[in-house]
Write a protein that binds this ligand. Sequence first.
Ligand code: S3P
Length: 435
Amino acid sequence: MRLRARFAGPLKGRARPPGDKSISHRALILGALAEGRTEIRGLLEAADVMATAAAVRSFGATVEQDDQGRWVVHGAGQLAQPSETIDCGNSGTAARLLLGAASGYPLSARFDGDQSLRKRPMNRVIAPLSQMGARFDSQNQRMPLIVHGGKLKGITYRSPVSSAQVKSAVLLAGLNAEGETILIEPERSRDHTERMLAVFGGDIDEVEIDGALHPRVRASKLKGADIYVPGDPSSAAFPVAAALILAKSEVRVEDVLVNPLRLGFFETLLEMGAKISYEERRDPIGEPIADMVVSASKLRGAAPPPRRAPAMIDEFPILATVAAFAEGETRIVGAAELRVKESDRIALMVEGLRACGVDAEELPDGLVVRGGGPKSVKGGATIRTHGDHRVAMSFLVLGMASKEPVTVDEAEMIGTSFPGFAACMAGLGGEIVEV
Ligand code: S3P
């Protein structure tokens, strides 16, 4: 399916992004590992999360939706031998977290995924999980692969990358390991697993090593819990960005998760001169939530510090779009991880921006965008997204503010994280149509 965005009037009104993807995966996985009933309100009903729901069913949990739309998981307190391949679809989070969780049980499970996931590196979890005692059969440490779980021993693992997927895989394995498991990463990545493990009664705390705090888990039994999933800041990023670059826009994006480890994009926008405020802050669930109030703003280029990259890792594509409408240079470095996401996001963003008449350049670990201010972007291109949902949405936002319409291919992939994206934009006054 192809979608096309054309220049839209000012965006006005309210939007509520779909449920947070990271929290949704974790609620299903911890619900399956726990004993008893877990009730989830606001689960993201998108392809990535549905892959996790199907996977935990294969591992023996019951997952169903009640008549009020809540998702209910009945966990058996452990994972059982699956009889079919665990198909993770497009989702790196499903793959890596479930590999970690499965490693602690006496089972053998075959994992696979789509073309994109088959290319993504799995060694980053295979290495620590092997150290703990799991065994893997794979070619080149890529999907498809088989994990043989069993008796694990706790480790202190220094991850070479700041990745919440790696951290979570190791911590979930640590729930069934002898002794304690500590994960050290260069910069702290999103901490939803740590927060949610505490809600499910896991034995988790923090230890200070070399002057910084790192999560530590000990073997523990989880108990079912009630979880509320707030709106995903990584999805909120798109209406926020569109409102900023479309003159006279005023938008309220409601019920957004504002965990500080997810706010790097919004911090960067504030440095660029964006008018964004957080209202009605609340914390009903062990995760902070707020409404974001945004108005169109005159933006200048930015140079986000590399240590901020984990807190905005999924938002670099949409930052590149915003940068095209800012005055001056935006320089993104320390973001080599972008090359191993659902696509090589550095290469695809630069290719697409250039096709739309924007001055952009690849760096080994980032990109440079030289923006010409509002109304400077020509657009008019058809963008190859390589099935990457965030690249697709980033170019549709670009098309909403450029002179000529922008078309993206494989737009059905937007459903992996933001079902209803086009409708959400239309509700604010945007125009995105199927062509
Ligand atoms: C995620 C972690 C990030 C992010 C992904 C979701 C998670 O990946 O890009 O969309 O839920 O843990 P990395 O941990 O590999 O950076």
